[in-house]
Design a protein around this ligand. Structure first.
Ligand code: FES
Ligand code: FES
Length: 239
């Protein structure tokens, strides 16, 4: 016998009874599914990550990890979703690496992982476990440089060519430039090499430098001097 529901709750109970009668019991009813979907949609609309609803941060999410940074083992206990950038800045107080956009768009957070440049804001700390991580603090020839000669040649070139104004983008620019020069030395091509047809060990022309450094944004517009610094190092004419 069918009974007309008199409330939303009755309707839901009836719906579940009917499903069970037909051997179709689901843990998540249609109504509950719609309620969950609405909550996720509302969260997305106001910018709350859906994962924040699905998995609240608690001690269960934390794990021990050892990161090798600038040649030193750094044991940490981190939430498994921590970015490498936050691990450096918030957990290790290594604030040389900068947070600009936190979305992989500005390059301020660039560090080297096994010699390759990465946006540390897009890299999970746990994904970098076991790798050699180099930050701006670890580039110089000595741990605490006192004079220009103690600096990495790219750092010295940025100084010499005035490759910065406010300096916020500079650690990322320098780490990126170090890797860009190495990429060119290995013969890796860019879209400029492709367009110019110089795909067999391309030269580090200014266009190549601009293209290879295009992931690093400078709000101060110090680009001409940044290009000059990278050009000097790539031609071996810097300190
Ligand atoms: S902070 Fe990582 S790319 Fe902008
Ligand atoms: S020097 Fe200011 S953002 Fe590049």
């Amino acid at each position: 016998m069918s009974v007309a529901p008199c409330s939303e709750l009755d309707e839901e109970v009836l719906e579940e009874q009917q499903l069970e009668e037909h051997g179709l019991h689901f843990e998540l009813s249609r109504r509950r599914f719609m309620q969950a979907a609405s909550a996720f949609s509302a969260a997305a609309a106001v910018g709350v990550p859906a994962t924040a609803l699905a998995a609240p941060v608690d001690a269960e999410q934390k794990r021990a990890i050892t990161l090798k940074i600038n040649g030193k083992a750094q044991p940490l206990t981190l939430d498994t979703r921590t970015s490498l950038l936050d691990a450096l800045r918030e957990n290790l107080d290594m604030t040389g690496t900068k947070k600009g956009c936190d979305h992989g768009q500005c390059g301020a957070c660039t560090v080297l992982v096994d010699g390759r440049r990465v946006n540390s804001c897009l890299t999970l700390a746990f994904a970098a476990e076991g790798a050699e991580i180099t930050t701006i603090e670890g580039l110089s020839k000595v741990p605490e440089p006192k004079e220009v000669g103690d600096l990495h040649p790219m750092q010295a070139a940025f100084l010499e060519h005035d490759g910065y104004q406010c300096g916020y983008c500079t650690p990322g620019q320098i780490c990126s430039a170090v890797a860009a020069v190495e990429e060119q030395k290995r013969g890796e091509i860019s879209i400029v090499s492709w367009h110019t047809g110089k795909t067999d060990h391309p030269e580090m022309t200014d266009d190549e430098i601009r293209e290879r450094m295009s992931g690093n944004i400078c709000r101060c517009g110090a680009y001409p001097n940044i290009v000059a610094a990278v050009r000097a190092v790539s031609r071996g004419v810097s300190a």
